[in-house]
Design a binder for this molecule. Structure first.
Ligand SMILES: O=P(O)(O)OC[C@H]1O[C@](O)(CO)[C@@H](O)[C@@H]1O
Length: 538
């Protein structure tokens, strides 16, 4: 009698067609856990089916949740949606073909060879994951990213693109069309093209909601093309809309395989037989590991360099979906599961020490890919009869075992190979697991009210900065105390004024202004007692 083996046998899911395995045997749930959960799982299956039929599953925003239709348009509740999905896919493929064949060409260079994707959050993370996971020497184009509003980050990426900018196609992605980081990235890119005497519009396309600010800008400026983003697709589940399909198709990846993989996973994860439904098992395993209350963090450990960005992708998918203050009944629940991780075995040499010996506040999800490398690359032995891939597999198994010995939970997802199909399937698996988990804990997984507070506060800082500058300008040449600057700016928040002044003083606007903070700390006690003035331009 081997308890471990029996357990492994009992909790090992395999789908041959998908080439996917799921092992939940090391979650250590009690034998009756799944049985006890079954009525709630059945309710979750019904809710997911209603969602797929077009229910207003995102009640707060009054929206349908339709990412599953993207790979099965025939399921969409409305013919106009079906048509929009298929038409857009066709347009994406044709556009990419036209770019590859240089039928769509840049202003000066002979053809587009690079893509600069400008987006953030759900408008960048999926494309970043897919691009890194599936890149190969057969790529038709290289893909670069602006995914922040860090000026030095822009410069670094532009430096890396270098002389290739005239042959670079900018793909600006924003569902809302009003995200400041993306707007700033677009303006920075536009300026970079302009410095070369190039018209950005002749090198740019957008993916955005119809009628958004960005959409109007693209129309007004005459961008090369526009692709739609719909209100029934959430940013974090948009990889299989034009958001992800367009950059992937431009890179030369097989987007139809990606859709096929997701579709096949959807078919399996629609099952109402829990034993046959890997998304339900995954969600149940999360529930068991976290107590359904986020008590443990999800550590994602792909033993595959190409999947290193999976944890960043899943971080948004899981945390933006599940991190909610209120449940659907309006009760305060402070839900969520924290997600982190990079890749194995690299992380074994970083934080796995704590996972085995330290605080037990996590569960690991190992991601394994059976095919070590493309067969034509050979099978070099690093020791007699042993390959690097054997080590990778050995390290995964070793860590799984070492954690289990300490009673630390783990899940393992195994893919036979990593390609467009299996990546599409993996994305669909996590999308559905998140949906089911949200049903189990009764929260709306499809809104993100919490991100608004930070955006509003940031805008208030930008507005205050303008008033600070106006106040300083009005008294140019005079040294002002922090309280005087705040008063001149009409602000009762000197701390924020201090942050603004400190930042301004480090970043003089060339030829326009220089803000200087003065004062000897030793004498006056605190930088908050410095005096500030606007000095002549440097
Ligand atoms: O695609 P958009 O509208 O620019 O939004 C980007 C991201 O910002 C968020 O709204 C959060 O601020 C995400 O949900 C979204 O993926």
């Amino acid at each position: 009698m081997n308890d471990g083996l029996d357990r492994f046998r009992a909790h090992l899911f395999h789908d041959e067609r998908l080439g996917v395995w799921l092992d939940t045997s090391r979650v250590r749930w009690t034998a009756d856990f799944l049985d006890g959960l079954e009525p709630r799982l059945q309710a979750a299956y019904e809710a997911m089916a209603a969602l797929e039929r077009g229910a207003i599953a995102n009640a707060d925003e009054g929206r349908m949740v339709g990412h599953y239709w993207l790979r099965a348009p025939e399921l969409a509740p409305d013919p106009a949606i079906r048509d929009a999905i298929t038409t857009t896919l066709g347009r994406v493929l044709t556009f990419a073909e036209d770019v590859h064949a240089a039928r769509i060409r840049p202003e000066r260079a002979s053809r587009f060879r690079d893509v600069l994707l400008i987006g953030i959050g759900g408008s960048a993370l999926g494309p970043q994951l897919v691009s890194a996971a599936l890149t190969s020497p057969a790529d038709r184009m290289s893909v670069w990213f602006f995914d922040n509003t860090d000026p030095d980050g822009f410069d670094r990426t532009l430096d890396a693109i270098g002389d290739a900018l005239p042959g670079t196609l900018a793909v600006v992605i924003s569902k809302s069309g009003g995200t400041k980081e993306t707007r700033n990235g677009m303006l920075e890119a536009e300026a970079a093209y302009a410095r070369l005497g190039l018209d950005f519009a002749k090198h740019a396309v957008v993916v955005t909601g119809e009628g958004s600010e960005l959409d109007k800008h693209a129309v007004a400026r005459g961008f090369l093309d526009r692709f739609p983003m719909w209100d029934w697709v959430g940013g974090r589940t948009s990889e299989l809309s034009a958001v992800g399909l367009l950059p992937a198709a431009l890179q030369g990846l097989d987007v139809e395989d990606m859709l096929r993989g997701a579709r096949a996973m959807d078919e399996v994860t629609r099952s109402r037989v829990t034993k046959r439904n890997p998304a339900a098992q995954l969600a149940a395993a999360w529930l068991s590991a976290t107590g359904g209350a986020g008590k443990k963090d999800m550590v994602l450990l792909p033993y595959k360099d190409r999947l290193e960005l999976f944890s960043r992708y899943a971080q948004q998918l899981v945390m933006e979906s599940l991190g909610k203050r209120l449940d659907r009944q309006g009760r305060e629940v402070w839900q969520g599961i924290s997600v982190y991780g990079n890749k194995g075995s690299t992380d074994q040499h970083a934080y796995v020490q704590q996972l085995r010996d330290g605080v037990d506040n996590f569960f690991v999800t190992f991601l394994e890919v059976l095919l070590d490398r493309a067969p034509q690359r050979g099978d070099l032995s690093v020791e007699p009869g042993v390959t690097s891939g054997d080590y990778l597999s050995g390290f995964l198994q070793g860590t799984r075992r070492a954690l289990d010995e300490r009673g630390r939970a783990s899940i393992t997802i195994t893919l036979e190979a990593l390609d467009a199909t299996s990546l599409g399937a993996l994305i669909a698996l996590y999308e559905r697991a998140v949906g089911i988990y949200a049903e189990l804990v009764d929260i709306n997984a499809y809104h993100q009210p919490g991100v608004e507070a930070g955006k509003k506060a940031a805008q208030a800082v930008i507005d205050l900065e303008q008033r600070v500058l106006a106040g300083l300008r009005a008294k140019a040449g005079t040294a002002l105390s922090l309280a005087e600057v705040a008063a001149a700016a009409g602000s009762d928040d000197p701390e924020t004024v201090f942050w603004i002044l400190r930042h301004l003083s480090a970043n003089p606007r060339r030829g326009v202004l220089r803000v200087r903070g003065q004062g000897a700390e030793a004498e006056v006690g605190s930088p908050l007692d410095w005096s500030w003035m606007i000095a002549a331009a440097p």
